[in-house]
Design a protein around this ligand. Structure first.
Ligand code: ASP
Length: 421
């Protein structure tokens, strides 16, 4: 009877809570067992291998679907292009903020973790020009087989655009990729069920080997991500609203309170979409046409918070394992995160899987992923809110530039919010 209740209790717990429990138990067990906790590491390795298994097919299929879902872009031409440029441009800024903060906070410095995967250690980074030239795969099958992520991204984007341009003839293949992408999301869900155990194994190993020294760096990661998110919204977005949109940024901040709160609690920008659309129309005065096109596009391809988080975490892991990153690695991180954001689903925890992609591209050890996984929910809350705030900012700017922003509604956002509060 007791057993049944406890199974139900565990089974009924949300995944992120299970992961947190896994992390806390791992730290405790590791601290008690000391270096002999290494014997628990294989549980973590199993989880890491399962994630590795997902990366190539997941990225390939979801990027193709990300591109083909923008079908309307060609119809809406100018508006789509404006939105996409703003979405990708702001994502690149976000990740730069993340990288900068990780260089200020240095969350991983002093951890001195050792690399166990010999393929990763001492990897020579190719020169920047070479990296850029290499982005185009001479042989896409080879790129898929060897897991060259940048090449896979470029090929997937190309194939997605081509399939869209094929019109009716492209439809069957698009359907196949849509169905495969769905299956990969399902498989990701299944693999993520292993996360609490994987995180337990790896945290026990890390805590056993490095003691409690691991906790402070994690707090620093959380601080860097939260400060970065605040800066991105309060300085960069409001700056864009004021200087490019010539609008009052305070109204923007007041209008986004509701959707940001929904995003913070649900950690899903797709799930927040109804609240985002409502805010754009009713609080900010964006027309129906613009908001119902630009916002769903944003929930699919715009992930500023996620990119910022990936910048912080990639550097944290590099620092923790004592790997020096070159300038070209930074460029590769910015490129990969920005392009990968197109294929990141707006669902809880998607950014963590995409982080594995960024790590693989610059040759950083995936063991670091499990350490971040323990605190991922806390980070997801902040990054999803930023993703949604970014969607709204771009929608307002596009609406304004198309004369589809009712400024009388926009300027009243503050007073209406006061009444509903
Ligand atoms: N949860 C995020 C979102 O829905 C994606 C992520 O995990 O970074 O926007």
């Amino acid at each position: 009877m007791t057993n049944k209740t406890s199974t139900n209790f565990w089974g009924g717990l949300a995944l992120w809570k299970k992961i947190l429990v896994g992390m806390v138990l791992g730290v405790i067990v590791g601290a008690i067992m000391g270096p002999s906790a290494e014997m628990l590491k294989p549980i973590g390795t199993l989880f890491i291998n399962a994630i590795k298994m997902l990366i190539v097919p997941l990225v390939f299929c979801s990027l193709i679907v990300g591109v083909t879902s923008m079908k309307d872009t060609s119809k809406m031409g100018r508006i789509g292009l404006k939105a996409i440029i703003l979405y990708l441009g702001t994502t690149a800024v976000a990740i730069t903020i993340g990288l900068t903060l990780a260089n200020i906070f240095l969350p991983g410095v002093g951890l001195n973790m050792s690399i166990t995967d010999p393929n990763v250690a001492g990897k020579e980074a190719p020169a920047l020009v070479q990296t850029l030239l290499n982005m185009i795969p001479k042989n896409p099958v080879n790129a898929l087989a060897s897991g060259n992520i940048l090449q896979i991204i470029i090929f997937a984007l190309g194939l997605g655009i081509a399939l869209t341009l094929c019109g009716e003839k492209g439809e069957p293949a698009i359907k196949v990729f849509e169905s495969l992408a769905e299956a990969m999301y399902k498989l990701t869900e299944i693999v993520m069920k292993l996360a609490p155990y994987g995180v337990f194994g790896l945290m026990a190993w890390v805590a056993g080997k490095y003691g409690m020294d691991i906790l402070l760096p994690l707090i620093k990661v959380i601080a860097a991500v939260y400060i970065g998110c605040l800066l991105h919204v309060l300085v960069f977005y409001t700056g864009m609203i004021s200087f490019i949109g010539r609008l009052n940024p305070i109204q923007y901040l007041k209008g986004l309170v509701n959707p940001a709160a929904v995003a913070f609690t649900t950690t899903s920008s797709s799930g927040t979409l109804p609240a985002t659309i409502k805010a754009a129309r009713e609080e900010m005065g964006v027309s129906k046409g613009i908001s119902s096109f630009v916002l769903p596009l944003g929930a699919t391809i715009n992930m500023d918070g996620t990119a910022l988080y990936q910048g912080v975490c990639a550097l944290f892991i590099a620092q923790a394992f004592g790997i020096d990153l070159e300038f070209s690695d930074y460029i590769v991180i910015i490129l990969t995160s920005t392009l990968a954001s197109i294929g990141t689903a707006g669902v809880p925890g998607a950014g963590l899987i995409m982080l594995s992609l960024v790590l693989t591209t610059v040759g950083l050890p995936l063991e670091g992923l499990a350490i971040v996984a323990g605190i991922d929910r806390i980070l997801d809350m902040a990054r999803t809110s930023v993703n949604v705030c970014g969607d709204l900012m771009v929608t307002i700017l596009v609406g304004k530039s198309e004369n589809e922003l009712d400024e009388s509604i926009y300027n009243k956002a503050a007073s209406r919010l006061d009444k509903t509060a």
